[in-house]
Design a protein around this ligand. Sequence first.
Ligand SMILES: Cc1cc2nc3c(=O)[nH]c(=O)nc-3n(C[C@H](O)[C@H](O)[C@H](O)COP(=O)(O)O)c2cc1C
Length: 277
Amino acid sequence: MPQRDSLQNTFLVAFVLCLVCSLVVSSAAVVLRPIKEKNERIAFQREVLSVAGLYEKGKTKDSEIPELYKQIKTVMIDLSTGEVTDAVKDPENFKLSDVAKNEDLTVEIPADKDLAGIKRREKYTKIYIVSKPDGSIDQLILPVRGKGLWSTIWGLLSLDSDGKTVRGLTFYEDGETPGLGGEINNPKWKAKWSNPECPKVLFNDEGQVDISFYKGVVTCDMPDSEHKFDALAGATITTRGVENMFKFWLGDEGYGPLLKKIREGQFPVTKLSSVSQ
Ligand SMILES: Cc1cc2nc3c(=O)[nH]c(=O)nc-3n(C[C@H](O)[C@H](O)[C@H](O)COP(=O)(O)O)c2cc1C
């Protein structure tokens, strides 16, 4: 009979311990996956509601989110045409972070047009619409992303029904330095994008993207202030990343075709029905 502290027993105990631990960890991952997915879904819905001004931090309870989110209509768009599409097989489970990594669901962006530095962009994407009581568009919420200094910055931009005036802005994922590039999520900085008394407009009268960042504080009495934004102090690279991200997503390779239709009143608002939540 082998001794209790023999080499053979030591390996056996280590093996059984590893097996039990791996079973516990993998069962926990399987059991917790639906909870994790639900929490991720709620977290994203919170971002959509907050950029739409329908969620107040510290006031709105998480339990209220599913009910509030019923106000949001989701629509799949073909980015190259700006048309509503039913080409996506499973819109309910469309997750942009997964789609963006899938070669079959994305197209390569020519290097000279890749202002956001993301190399590929999705063929179809999900946009979020807040409607007015009469069914017409109140706000259009568009997912955007682009390279900052250290990371890809993921955000949501809310536009007015005119397709060019900013109603809200949020960044829900980034790896920029807190206090420097991370200031893109400073509520004071973001609030300046959506101040109704000093509105920010992303296109000029000719329909060209018109935004620039200014080192200092942009005040409403400055000429062209509706197209000017405060650059972040000590974070020129992140600021440039945000500028290029918007120039890309508002341009022809991004939401340009859709926004042109909206500005010209050709987007079929009345025919819209939500394809997925
Ligand atoms: C540790 C460290 C972290 C930094 N993080 C950022 C950042 O997140 N975003 C950014 O634009 N610049 C960051 N910088 C600063 C850049 O290197 C660069 O100096 C800055 O973007 C220049 O901005 P300014 O012209 O406003 O000074 C960081 C610098 C250091 C040393």
